[in-house]
Design a binder for this molecule. Sequence first.
Ligand code: SAM
Length: 197
Amino acid sequence: LCMKEKFEPVLTPEELKAKLPEWPYFIIDLYHWDKHTQKEKGKVCLQVSQSYGLLRDYFTGKELAVTWANDEFKSMFHGPIDRIITYGGPTAEFLRERGINEVVLLDPWAKEVLSEKDFDVGAFIIGGIVDTGGNKKKTTPKIGEELDNAGIRVRRRKIVLKGDVIGVPDRINRILGIILKMMVEGKSMDEAVYEFQ
Ligand code: SAM
């Protein structure tokens, strides 16, 4: 497996971009920021930074946006703040300003599983949520409700391993990595999940 990976042809960023109709935004939504402890906030920041690193491997990283990004987030974030988009307001407003009216929300509580039919949207949204205490159960669907109320069409989609969300890593950056593996490298969901376990 290692050998195969090593010698797989690597596409240039231009070739990758040509493969996709339009490169989407990847949005980390900090709507639930205030529900986190200071330690958890630090973890959110780290995972955003790692998400930037992942996206940069594929493209520029500029496609990474953080919404509801307040001053506390900006001061706690140790990554390259000028290389990502920070947006202080609601996700729906960010989307509307860019003419995006339909998104995929990555949601472990969704009924439907993410598939390649979903890769045509303008933005993928991942909850900027870290669970160490048990106080944030079912917070991702709330992000969907917010968007829905603001008139954005939301496709709620889950990532599963052999049909089950159990066994899927729930770190923000790993969820992003799984989507990128599927979308850009054409891997199956199970393969992509295994690579990020
Ligand atoms: N406590 C949250 C809840 O109950 O909704 C889950 C937070 S999880 C640590 C962080 C984010 O990763 C979620 O908001 C979601 O966007 C994404 N995520 C985690 N596991 C996922 C899965 N199996 N399928 C889709 N998205 C997932």
